[in-house]
Design a protein around this ligand. Structure first.
Ligand code: TYD
Length: 224
């Protein structure tokens, strides 16, 4: 859990946004382009990404942790994150891989902090406990109206799967989430880039690729 110290270290790219924003599709498309560019990829997700964290995911998304309240849930998301960082993310970054993570600390800030009303100072402390100095090198915020995202998520679920703990929240919760992610993006504009997720998926993918290429793959300027 240390800050980048050498140029061989990989990059942590996180994807954030409300429900049904297309994060997993975009991660798959970016992973394909990066692989073509010869970059090692580790695609992962939160909550989860390691066997122990996946067990916590099941508990959290079933709604069984909800009686603990938003701060209690945030503690469990942080516990899952500690294991995920230690067992998958940090080793991958040390190998030089690009880690593409579907949700990360900003989801805790938005879901448990802004919308769950857990104390922002506590959320910041938990972030510090779980991550130390680790921060994403780039966060893509996929932005779209909550209603459209929820409709997409419902189509993806079909008729046989029940909505999870957070999908079951009211429309106003999901509308607030959109603002919460946009607020995070504007308060950390160097780290976060907002991408319009209503555009066709190829256009969204192209926009993300341009950001990643310019930041991490563009050749260094030639010395005169
Ligand atoms: P997931 O099925 O991955 O949702 P999505 O496809 O929308 O990404 O479920 C993750 C859910 O967990 C999602 O509703 C957001 C929520 N979540 C939090 O509330 N806090 C967190 O810190 C994280 C990582 C996720």
């Amino acid at each position: 859990m240390s800050a980048p110290t050498n140029s061989l270290r990989g990059r942590l790219i996180t994807f954030e946004g409300g429900e049904g924003a297309g994060k997993s599709t975009q991660i798959r498309l970016l992973a394909g382009r990066l692989a073509q560019a010869g970059v090692e990829i580790a695609a992962t997700r939160e909550p989860g990404g390691s066997p122990r964290a996946e067990r916590l995911r099941e508990f959290l998304l079933s709604g069984r942790a909800a009686p603990l309240g938003a701060l209690g849930e945030a503690v469990l998301f942080a516990a899952a994150r500690i294991d995920h960082v230690d067992s998958l993310i940090e080793p991958a970054l040390e190998r030089g891989a690009f880690v593409l993570c579907d949700r990360f600390m900003d989801s805790t800030r938005a879901y448990q902090g802004a919308m769950g009303k857990a104390d922002a100072r506590m959320i910041a402390l938990l972030e510090k406990v779980a991550l130390g100095d680790l921060k994403p090198d780039l966060t893509i915020v996929l932005d779209l109206p909550a209603r459209e995202g929820l409709a997409r998520a419902a189509r993806r679920r079909g008729t046989t799967t029940q909505p999870d703990r957070f999908e079951r929240e009211e429309a106003s919760f999901h509308e607030g989430l959109r603002d919460a992610f946009l607020d995070i993006a504007s308060s950390e504009a160097n780290r976060c880039c907002v991408v319009d997720a209503l555009a066709p998926k190829e256009e969204v993918s192209q926009a993300i690729w341009r950001l990643v290429e310019a930041r991490f793959l563009a050749p260094a300027p030639q010395a005169q």
